[in-house]
Write a protein that binds this ligand. Structure first.
Ligand SMILES: [Zn+2]
Length: 369
């Protein structure tokens, strides 16, 4: 009776874990007696990566001299996919690594269609390269009248991606935004054949970010109305802060312009909830794929595990402000940013560099270097 009960309880525990979602393992980036780095400083960031993943970075650089790879980045909208890929490129090899965003590609097509000559070339290209169920005229029309991100057929995305990757040349590529729908996951299994990277390894990189992190990133985001630079009152302030707490754009050309909240941002993740759910299902589906290596990245570390796994300066700080009437200046208060993850566990959110250290190390292993 006792064993049966134990067995049942264990089964329930395993089922619970499964139902809650996927387990992304914690990654240890803590080292003994580390110097403290300012991870927002480019030079110190380089030294940080040298210390924490120098050996792996060398291996990757050597590998990239003769070889490449394709990474599919899968993470929820606003999870920082682009940030991680660009930092990997900055640190490992600026010339041999490319971040390829499907969203940016579509925006560029938008511009092409506004230019008569380029539009002609574009249609010409599709006449030769597009094969699919939706007629070409209809596709052009929906590309031209796009108000929202109306769904474009996967066959079109693939033809355009091929065109774009040909322009990039043979480099390691981080694909951001494909697969975007569930039916595209199986396409991604043949993607490297399609773009003639047949022998190159392909890898899924799955990113786990608590929705509370995405929510607060949106809610506290402010932009400069002149240069469009994006910052955060809570998470990424500028150098100068105005009384009653407005950020002042750092760009000298903007001459002290006050940054503002973008309309709708106060709603946080509410308007993108559906997108986040699709993204979650995409991650789950990719998780269960066989025959393709997977790298699992997590943005958060439970509060009670932080001391064991990460160094203090790897945790994202949050900022709050007080007005000091006597000195007539804003006092900035900094403390570790704490959020509840999707399971309600109290967590810290990590700065991008430790996540990229984890990416570098896991990728080196996935490539068998
Ligand atoms: Zn500005």
């Amino acid at each position: 009776m006792g064993t049966l009960k134990l067995f049942l309880m264990e089964t329930i525990l395993i089922l619970n874990k499964f139902m809650k979602g996927l387990e992304f393992p914690l990654f240890k980036t803590k080292v003994e007696n580390p110097p403290k780095f300012d991870l927002t400083d480019v030079k110190q960031r380089k030294e940080y990566f040298e210390l924490k993943a120098g050996e792996e970075i060398e291996k990757l650089r050597k590998y990239l001299k003769e070889n490449s790879f394709i990474v599919y980045l899968l993470g929820k909208k606003n999870s920082g996919k682009g940030t991680y890929a660009k930092m990997f490129k900055e640190i490992v090899d600026k010339d041999m690594v490319e971040h390829f965003s499907i969203g940016d590609m579509i925006r560029e097509v938008d511009e092409e269609l506004r230019d008569v000559e380029k539009k002609k070339e574009f249609i010409n290209f599709l006449e030769k390269n597009y094969r699919g169920f939706v007629p070409l005229e209809e596709i052009i029309k929906s590309l031209e009248n796009r108000t929202t991100s109306k769904l474009l057929p996967s066959e079109l995305i693939l033809a355009l991606a091929k065109r774009e990757i040909t322009k990039i040349g043979r480099k390691a590529i981080f694909v951001d935004g494909f697969p975007r729908e569930l039916d595209q996951v199986s396409y991604s299994l043949f993607f490297r054949d399609l773009i003639e990277y047949r022998q190159d390894p392909d890898i899924f990189v799955l990113i786990d970010v608590p929705e509370a992190v995405i929510d607060e990133r949106i809610k506290h985001r402010v932009i400069c109305p002149l240069c469009q630079t994006s910052r955060s009152l809570k998470l990424l302030p500028t150098k100068e802060i105005e009384k009653k707490f407005h950020l002042i754009c750092d760009n000298s050309e903007c001459q002290g312009t006050r940054m503002v909240v973008k309309e709708g941002d106060e709603l946080g993740i509410e308007p993108i909830k559906e997108r986040l759910n699709i993204d979650e299902n995409l991650i789950k589906q990719a998780f269960s794929l066989y025959g393709i290596p997977k790298v699992l990245l997590r943005n958060s570390v439970p509060k009670d595990k932080a001391k064991e796994f990460v160094d203090d300066y790897e945790i994202t700080p949050e900022y709050s402000y007080e007005w000091n009437e006597k000195n007539r200046e804003v006092k900035i208060i900094e403390k570790p940013w704490q959020v509840l993850d999707d399971d309600g566990v109290s967590c810290y959110s990590l700065m991008p560099p430790p996540v990229v250290v984890s990416l570098i190390k896991q990728l080196t292993e996935a490539l068998d270097l």
